[in-house]
Design a protein around this ligand. Structure first.
Ligand code: SF4
Length: 387
């Protein structure tokens, strides 16, 4: 890794997600697909990051004073809808294919636009009531074991006398307990904050950690377990609001429905809404063991690249992988033409990674390939008859 290269939260996330994705993105520097979920996520993240700078009074917003853009939930929604429209138009008009958003279905851009008020109205109220954080997009940068780590923490705040690290998540408002309790990004943020405290006494004083900060960066701690960490599930808010309004309504009455089926459907819908309420804040903690796991995972990814042990880890996650097009292209390349080892055996090239390093291949003549294909086909038919 050159001096300029470093491990960021997204690099760690990608290495933890799929080695093939890591290889394509960070070693081959393939272009990422601009998936619609990421475009929407960036809009919401950016909106939260600059929330306090752009919040003004009605008068300031009307006069377009000091860069103030909104003053209540409705104007906040309109502002983000306008930004979204500009993103959509930009994607449609760009000549750069990498800048085009890959929509999941026709008209998704309008579905997202219409969903913005449902997210932004409760989000505005929540953020305003909670007040500004101590730090937003807090940068850290440290080196360890000849590796450089650099990142930005979405928010750091003090709550009930405790330091809180917050990461905003868009998309599905549900996260499993394993992800909440073990996600490497929060481990990384804790280690980054501790490293920052270690080198900057004034900073650690701001967080009230000056008495312990000399013990960080492996002296003996990497992770300070007293720091509270949490995911803020942005899209839990509209679901909670929907459940609140549903619970205020009277339960469906059989007499209000023309038939039994419609009645049962209405009951099911209500149960679904009331029985599936996500939480906005998912709290967790980290320990040193999490950090050791993280370092081991990083070293594992580096070693896998070095020895060429890279392969696609196919699964549901592929649908939301920004390397999915590059991955398909790469796999398509390595399976053509038929590859053979030195003895002329056909290689199952998905077992070894020819795309991760030089693989010696003895190219066979076209005739010889055809002959072998015939033999292979014959053996296959024989095997079939013998069943
Ligand atoms: S598409 Fe799937 S297998 Fe390919 S890089 Fe992405 S996650 Fe890995």
């Amino acid at each position: 890794m050159s001096k300029k290269e470093y491990w960021s939260a997204s690099r760690i996330d990608v290495a933890n997600y799929c080695r093939m994705r890591y290889y394509l993105k960070y070693i081959e520097h393939e272009k990422s697909a601009r998936l619609s979920a990421y475009a929407k996520g960036s809009l919401l993240h950016e909106g939260i990051e600059h929330f306090w700078d752009r919040l003004g009074t009605e008068e300031e917003v009307a006069k377009k004073k000091n860069g103030k853009k909104y003053y209540d939930g409705e104007s906040f929604s309109k502002y983000l809808q306008g930004k979204w429209l500009r993103t959509v138009i930009g994607s449609e008009h760009t000549k750069n294919p990498d800048q085009k958003i890959a929509w999941r279905f026709e008209g998704e851009q309008w579905v997202i636009k219409n969903s913005i008020p449902g997210i932004c109205m409760p989000l505005f109220e929540y953020i305003k009531e909670e007040g500004p954080p101590l730090f937003s997009e807090l940068e850290f940068d440290f080196s360890l074991d000849s590796m450089r780590f650099k990142g930005y923490i979405d928010e750091v705040r003090i709550r009930d006398g405790k330091v809180v690290i917050r990461d905003f998540k868009s998309g599905s408002p549900f996260l499993g307990n394993m992800k909440v309790d073990n996600d490497p990004q929060l481990t990384f943020y804790n280690a980054g904050l501790c490293a920052k405290c270690f080198v900057d006494p004034n900073f650690s004083k701001t967080l009230g950690l000056e008495k312990v900060s000399s013990q960080f960066v492996g002296n003996p701690y990497f992770i300070y377990p007293e720091i509270e960490e949490e995911f803020f599930m942005i899209e839990a808010l509209p679901k909670i609001r929907q459940a609140e309004s549903e619970s205020k309504k009277e339960a469906p009455k059989k007499s209000d429905f023309a038939n039994e089926e419609d009645y049962k459907e209405a009951i099911k819908r209500r149960d679904r809404i009331l029985g599936n309420i996500p939480s906005v804040i998912l709290k967790t903690k980290r320990r040193d063991e999490h950090f050791y796991e993280l370092i081991k995972m990083i070293k594992g990814a580096k070693e896998a690249v070095k020895v060429g042990d890279i392969y696609p880890e196919r699964g549901r996650k592929c649908d939301i992988c920004d390397m999915k097009y590059a991955c398909e292209k790469k796999l398509d390349q390595v399976t053509k033409p038929v590859m053979h080892d030195k003895k002329g055996h056909m290689l199952f090239d998905f077992m070894k990674a020819p795309y991760a390093g030089p693989v010696e291949v003895n190219p066979l003549s076209e005739n010889s390939i055809k002959q072998r294909q015939k033999q292979f086909d014959y053996r296959r038919k024989e095997a079939w008859r013998g069943r």
